[in-house]
Design a protein around this ligand. Structure first.
Ligand code: PLP
Length: 387
């Protein structure tokens, strides 16, 4: 029996190494990894430049605490600010911490301008913002909150797409609307661009903040640096994590200067957040999230969607919908997807589930066409077998 607690149902499979889009077991069996640590390894396994940067930094300095200036963090924050809507960054170590920090900065902003009662956050029911106490109650998911004691107050929920309810929920105590630009765990549900624009307008009208959780869909995953760029809106606060670390745990919350002003010394902190080792990796990841890489995401995405839709047409009783943006792809089946995912795995293709019978496909952003072709071949084969 494992000494690890049973909070995960793990596959009976483990790996000793990885390279690019592939993972390898101790026996030398190779798997095409289209999970990539759940959209974390944006540049695939064993990326040469990441290895070089972490090796180099590991010989110099790992950790000093935020009591001192950390040049690598100053640099990464500066680059994120230059690239995006944001003026200011707080580094964390994970997605949940980043969304938690997003909630805190939104509330603290209103506190700082003398409106402490403006502290409620509106979220989508059954969304995913991580597993801290605040984040699970933000998700409004019964499954995630059951058994974890008194409800963390301050969150209101509307169903995906229910704008009427959303408008009804806004009142004088609302501080922010917090949504995933694309719902990842929730089943790769893309919030339409017009809808994100409407929500931005609502926020402006009621002078509340827009928090877009880009922990999964950000950092190039959709073919733009942030998924919200497709809608042409500017959010106020954006938590990020997963892809920015390329496999190293990094989280961050990005915000405008108006909000950052509220985060005076002592308001928030993290012992590990933004340490030199993490920041050197973050910088090396960012070096490679360039226009060429984004072009690859878009090209590979167009090809993948075209071919997946052809497979859908071939097996109309199995595949209900192919959805997503860029390389954040969901194949929704008519039936439970677990068996299908197992079959893909038996054929050496790794994918991961999401809600609503969705098979999530998350290749590295530098994926090659021949790797997509291999995945397509396996998906087609499994469709034929289960048909
Ligand atoms: C994964 C995820 C989180 C939580 O990230 P952790 O690093 O697991 O804490 C939060 N929000 C979204 C949208 C995510 O996909």
């Amino acid at each position: 029996m494992s000494a690890l607690a049973g909070n995960y149902k793990r596959k009976k499979l483990s790996f000793v190494k990885g390279k690019g889009s592939f993972l390898e077991t101790a026996r030398g069996t190779k798997y095409l990894d289209f999970v990539q640590g759940i959209a974390v390894n944006s540049l695939g396994h064993s990326n040469k430049k990441l290895i070089k940067s972490i090796n180099k930094q590991s010989k110099k300095l790992w950790h000093v605490s935020n009591a001192f200036i950390i040049p690598e963090g100053e640099k990464l924050a500066n680059r994120l600010v230059k690239k995006t809507f944001a003026d200011s960054v707080i580094f964390q170590n994970s997605g949940a911490e980043a969304t938690e920090a997003a909630i805190k900065v939104a509330r603290r902003y209103f506190f700082s301008i003398g409106k402490p009662n403006k502290n409620r956050i509106i979220c989508i029911k059954n969304s995913f913002h991580g597993r801290t106490l605040a984040a699970i109650y933000a998700s409004g998911s019964k499954k995630m909150t059951q058994g974890f004691g008194p409800k963390v107050p301050g969150f209101d929920h509307f169903e995906f797409g229910d704008h009427k309810k959303l408008k009804k929920l806004i009142n004088k105590n609302t501080a922010a609307i917090m949504i995933e630009t694309i719902m990842g765990e929730g089943g790769i549900k893309v919030i339409p661009n017009w809808c994100i624009k409407e929500i931005r307008k609502l926020c402006n009208k009621h002078q509340i903040l827009l928090i877009l959780d880009e922990v999964q869909c950000g950092i190039g995953r959709t073919g733009k640096f942030f998924a919200f760029e497709h809608a042409g809106v500017k959010p106020d606060i954006v938590p990020i994590a997963k892809g920015i670390g390329g496999g190293f745990p990094i989280g961050a919350v990005l915000m405008t200067k108006k909000i950052a002003k509220a985060m005076v010394p002592g308001t928030h902190g993290s012992t590990f957040g933004g340490n030199p080792l993490a920041m050197s990796v973050g910088n090396a990841v960012l070096d490679q999230i360039n226009n060429n890489l984004l072009k690859n995401v878009n090209l590979m995405s167009d090809y993948f969607f075209l071919k997946l839709n052809q497979i859908k047409t071939k097996y109309p009783n199995i595949i209900k919908e192919v959805r997503g943006v860029g390389l954040l792809i969901g194949i929704q089946l008519f039936n439970d997807q677990s068996f299908f995912i197992k079959k893909l795995m038996d054929n050496k293709l790794l994918t991961i589930r999401a809600a609503e019978n969705v098979i999530r496909i998350l290749p590295p952003l530098n994926v090659k066409k021949k790797e997509i072709n291999l995945a397509l071949k396996i998906i087609d084969k499994v469709c034929k077998e289960v048909n």
